[in-house]
Design a binder for this molecule. Structure first.
Ligand code: ADP
Ligand code: MG
Length: 536
């Protein structure tokens, strides 16, 4: 009788065990962190990303860089997730979060080298993260929607060093005005601020529109290009007779029948248009199609009409003008109409837009970004979104912290104190956690061409002597009170970054076995093991 060998897994499954698994994952996480590191801060560099089809993105934005790279290593993918979470939760601080996770893992490796067990490290990291949240809420400063200057400073800090640098005061002004306008008693929805982009002109011509701009032209040349005191109807069904969803067949055998049929159709269209006119509307935005004959009738009545307007725009126009979106013409009365000072068609170069502007107290509005080329506009859009995200989350929590590394240094100092109160080896992990936080100010310095060690020493000594707002001011390259230098960030950037960086580094540290089945289409096994892997 021959003995059959026992098989647990198919042959093509690759496995990394114990230290190999750990080191390989840490290596990958460090690689990801290294990629974004050089972009951190106002003096950070940009990256040029070229897609397989040759599209180019020039950016400084952590999450954009990581999203555009096709990262395959499983641990590296977890790092990318950190950036995505940070982006959705806060909208800024993606580089910081990823770098923190990378450094936590790098420092953990030092402890692993000292034969400290991963569970001890993860426990220490968890303690440190909890303590950090406590300290952060202690050192955070309160703001209210009335602190407009502080809000502008927050927006400017978010945009410093991005493509928006040259016009950041103007942008900060736009951002704060926009957010204040849509603030509904503390409920703020970023979706209520539409970002529309238009090539041509300079970035300085970017403007805030008290209303909605969208890329549709009026339906016919004969319609007015501008309607003042607009009374706007929003209709979400087709102003046509044919229902495109139902395939109908009509048999017509005599010319009279055809004539009768056409007359009937005309009558129905006329009826529809009459109802619209009766409501008093002089502008129609229809989410579906508009019949040619209806177009003609609207033109004759000097009504401005657009068809196939996107649902998202319809909703925003509704919020901006107070119009209700109607699904049945019988419902359309003067009550359902919205109002705006002006509705007009404007051409920018090749593009044609419809502007709905001059809305009184709009609950949705538009930031119209202008710039010379698509790449410039896209990078400005990312910067403005960072600014919007930061202002919104500062207002939501009402708490902010000093930037320029000040908060990280203060945290590190207090965490070390806390570490001394612990017995056991977790203390060492808390210590490494503290030094990971210091990686933010040292990188800010390094990216600005300053001596990181010198800066760190100066920062530490200032904080030791009680200057808790001392950070690097990269406007003048000095270590000083950064609140006075107007470098301010929302607290949430830091709490979120620390939370997700800790969670992911703990998750990665707890892995001691990577089992990867090499399905043909998914090369999920860590590729490109670093040289020397598995030799210890
Ligand atoms: P992230 O993707 O993490 O937001 P950024 O490139 O936007 O990365 O850099 C943010 C960091 O730059 C923060 O630590 C912030 O405090 C710092 N920072 C912003 N403006 C200044 C400044 N003028 N001087 C020093 N540090 C600054
Ligand atoms: Mg930022």
């Amino acid at each position: 009788m021959t003995e059959k060998p026992m098989v647990l897994m198919p042959e093509d499954v690759q496995r990394l065990l114990g230290k190999d698994a750990q080191r390989n994952n840490i290596w990958a996480a460090k690689m990801v962190s290294d990629i974004v590191k050089t972009t951190l801060g106002p003096k950070g560099m940009d990256k040029m990303l070229v897609s397989p089809t040759g599209d180019i993105i020039v950016t400084n934005d952590g999450v954009t860089i990581l999203n555009e790279m096709s990262i395959e290593h499983p641990a590296a993918k977890m790092m990318v997730e950190i950036a995505k979470t940070q982006e959705t939760e806060v909208g800024d601080g993606t580089t910081t979060a990823v770098m923190l996770a990378g450094k936590l893992l790098e420092n953990a490796e030092r402890l692993l080298d000292k034969k400290i067990h991963p569970t001890v490290i993860t426990k220490g990291y968890r303690l440190a993260a909890e303590k950090s949240q406590e300290i952060l809420s202690e050192i955070a400063l309160k703001i209210t929607p009335k602190d407009e200057d502080v809000l502008k400073q927050i927006a400017m800090t978010a945009m410093t060093g991005k493509g928006a640098e040259d016009a950041k005061e103007k942008f900060a002004d736009i951002i704060v005005k926009a957010v204040k306008q849509i603030n509904d008693d503390g409920k703020i929805d970023l979706n209520d601020i539409k970002i529309e982009k238009s090539k041509g002109d300079g970035i300085d011509d970017t403007e805030l529109i008290a209303g909605i701009v969208f890329d549709k032209e009026k339906l016919s040349h004969d319609m007015p290009s501008q309607v003042r005191n607009a009374r706007i109807a929003l209709i979400d069904f087709p102003l046509e007779i044919k229902n495109p969803e139902i395939d109908t067949k009509i048999s017509i055998s005599t010319p009279e029948q055809l004539h009768g049929f056409l007359m009937q159709e005309e009558k129905e269209i006329k009826n529809m248009v009459e109802k619209v006119k009766l409501s008093g509307a002089n502008v129609i935005f229809c989410q579906k199609g508009i019949d040619d004959f209806a177009q003609y009738l609207f033109s004759k009545s000097r009504i401005y009409a657009c068809r196939r307007v996107a649902r998202s725009d319809m909703e925003k126009i509704s919020k901006a003008t107070g119009a209700k979106i109607v699904s049945n013409l019988n419902e359309l009365t003067g009550m359902e109409l919205g109002s705006a000072e002006i509705v007009e068609e404007i051409k920018h170069g090749e593009e044609i837009f419809t502007y709905v502007r001059g809305c009184s107290n709009p609950k949705a509005l538009t930031i119209l970004i202008k710039g010379g080329t698509g790449h410039v506009i896209d990078e400005i859009e990312r910067a403005i979104k960072d600014g919007l995200g930061d202002v919104i989350c500062s207002l939501k929590s009402g708490l902010v912290v000093p930037g320029g590394g000040a908060v990280e240094i203060e945290l590190a100092r207090r965490l070390r104190e806390f570490g001394h109160s612990l017995s056991g080896r977790e203390q060492l992990a808390v210590e490494e956690f503290a030094s990971a936080l210091e990686f933010i100010p040292t990188t800010l310095a390094e990216n600005a061409g300053l001596d990181p060690i010198e800066i760190l020493t100066e920062l530490k000594s200032k904080h030791d002597s009680g200057e808790r707002n001392a950070g690097i001011n990269l406007f003048n390259n000095k270590v000083e009170n950064v609140l006075q230098a107007k470098i301010i960030e929302p607290l949430k950037i830091k709490t979120q970054a620390i939370n997700s960086a800790t969670d992911v580094s703990i998750m990665i540290l707890r892995i001691d076995d990577v089992i990867a089945s090499s399905g043909k289409s998914s090369p999920s096994m860590p590729r490109g093991m670093p040289p020397g892997m598995g030799e210890y």
